[in-house]
Design a protein around this ligand. Structure first.
Ligand SMILES: Cc1cc2nc3c(=O)[nH]c(=O)nc-3n(C[C@H](O)[C@H](O)[C@H](O)COP(=O)(O)OP(=O)(O)OC[C@H]3O[C@@H](n4cnc5c(N)ncnc54)[C@H](O)[C@@H]3O)c2cc1C
Length: 441
């Protein structure tokens, strides 16, 4: 066996590509994953109807896990007050730890009324429709008039779900900035463009055009972007009215007598150049939108319970890394000790805090693995534990840890079910069902 062993925390795209990079360089990889299944948001975030994309990613990920140097431990949650702490992982004697646990916390708005019923974070809704336990077991009642706050690709996914699956009456996406700053891709918007209320959109565009021109933006270019999406639009089979409202930011949620959200108060924004970037600045005028449900699609933040210092939505990344890769830091700075935390690296959405598609995350995982490799070569220490000992210690933590052979069995059982039921795909929605299917409980 190799004399180097690394713990990788999180088996999403970043953790899987990092594991492959390390294993191909002779390192034993212990890959720990909170979910039973690998894939992270590629499994539980990407829209369920993207069957081909999801299936091809799954094939790639399972091929990576075939590597004899990669030891997969699913259903193991790492962090404070969880199955095992980061410190305890460290004490197992690895040469280094790479954290690729994604960005697992929702961003709160801090606005009055945020905890009213009927206000959800997109993360919850996405995890629910993608059948990620425990969100898959919770209920998120959604009314007929829905506002989504945010205009990224997650907004288009959630709107697609509301339009095609729930067929709500109205979906309104609100943006703090203008049409030139939307973050979604044209191809993603094409999935819902059939439902866009064109006249309403034209009115919005006319309203914001003078401001856009004053900033040197071309409203016609923005119009062309949306027209192209509409040309390539898909049939949704739904009458849902889709609206896009620009230059509006939520400032307060108002509830009815049952504590359900009923109104969203928004402030009108203008845009100004600040340090060569376009920034929204609130004006004094306000507007009230009647709503049944609000979904906040504002991105996510890293996990503050993992055991690493955070700064805002991110881990407290070191500005002066000892092992920079492509000028990026994969190291975390401890503000208490005023030094980089030795032997722990971060990559993927754990570093980028919910930025980028699977390709970017996978590549960032590889960069993180390269930083780890440089560190372990420099550091020169031998691993203090054998694969056998380490595996035994981990398996003694709880008896429902899922290893690769059981994972293969689980996928087989799900495939058999799909075949029997004539479905493209079948997915168990609870850990209980998955563990029962592979005889772990
Ligand atoms: C709604 C949505 C839709 C998307 N659609 C697309 C798309 O269509 N195409 C595309 O290319 N990209 C898409 N993306 C982006 C893509 O999913 C991400 O780029 C990618 O999954 C991030 O990879 P990651 O490995 O950094 O994190 P994640 O995918 O979040 O993986 C993190 C992994 O870490 C594990 N984990 C978390 N915490 C712990 C812990 N404490 N202990 C142990 N394990 C832990 C989790 O179980 C998970 O397996 C989408 C993202 C979202 C949110």
């Amino acid at each position: 066996m190799s004399d180097k062993a690394v713990a990788v925390i999180g088996a999403g795209p970043a953790g899987l590509f990092a594991s492959r990079e390390l294993a191909n360089n002779g390192v034993e990889v212990f890959l720990f994953n909170r979910d039973i299944k690998p894939g992270g948001l590629a499994e539980y975030g990407i829209y369920p109807d993207k069957h081909r994309l999801k299936a091809s990613l799954r094939n790639i990920y399972f091929a990576i896990l075939e590597n004899q140097r990669i030891h997969y431990f699913g259903n193991l949650h790492i962090g404070n007050h969880r199955d095992i702490t980061l410190q305890q992982i460290k004490e197992l004697g690895f040469n280094a730890i790479l954290v690729t646990a994604g960005a697992q916390q929702v961003k709160r708005t801090g606005l009055e009324g945020e905890d009213l019923k009927g206000i959800y974070h997109a993360w919850e809704v996405v995890s629910n429709y993608n059948l990620l336990p425990p969100y898959s077991q919770r209920s998120y009642p959604i009314g007929k008039k829905v506002v989504i706050v945010g205009v990224g690709n997650v907004m288009t996914d959630v709107a697609r779900f509301l339009i095609t699956k729930l067929r709500v009456d109205e979906v309104t996406a609100i943006a703090r900035r203008g049409p030139a700053e939307v973050k979604f891709h044209q191809t993603e918007f094409a999935e819902i463009a059939t439902n866009l209320d064109i006249q309403d959109f034209e009115r919005e565009l006319d309203c914001v055009s003078p401001l856009m021109r004053s900033l040197g933006q071309d409203p016609e270019q923005a119009r062309a972007f949306f027209e192209k999406a509409c040309e390539n639009c898909k049939e949704t089979g739904s009458d849902t009215r889709l609206r896009l409202l620009f230059l509006k930011a939520p400032i307060r949620f108002v509830g009815n007598e049952n504590n359900w959200v009923s109104k969203l108060v928004v402030v009108e924004n203008t845009l100004v150049y600040k340090n060569r970037n376009i920034k929204p600045v609130p004006l004094s005028s306000k507007d009230i939108l009647k709503v049944d449900t609000v979904i906040l699609a504002l991105g996510s933040s890293v996990d503050s319970q993992l055991g690493l210092p955070t700064a805002g939505y991110k881990f407290n990344m070191s500005p002066v890394p000892s092992y920079p890769i492509n000028n990026h830091s994969h190291e975390v700075f401890d503000p208490g000790r005023k030094e980089n935390i030795e032997g722990i690296f971060v990559a993927g959405w754990s570093r980028l805090a919910s930025y980028g598609l699977v390709g970017i995350s996978g590549r960032d995982g590889v960069s993180g693995a390269r930083a780890v490799q440089q560190y372990i070569i420099d550091n020169g220490k031998q691993c203090t534990v054998s694969v056998k000992q380490c595996r035994e210690k981990i398996l003694s933590l709880k008896n429902t840890i899922v290893e690769f052979p059981q994972l293969l069995r689980l996928m087989e059982v799900e495939k058999e079910r799909a075949l029997k039921m004539g479905l493209e795909e079948y997915k168990f929605s609870t850990n209980q069902e998955m563990l029962t299917a592979i005889d772990l409980i």
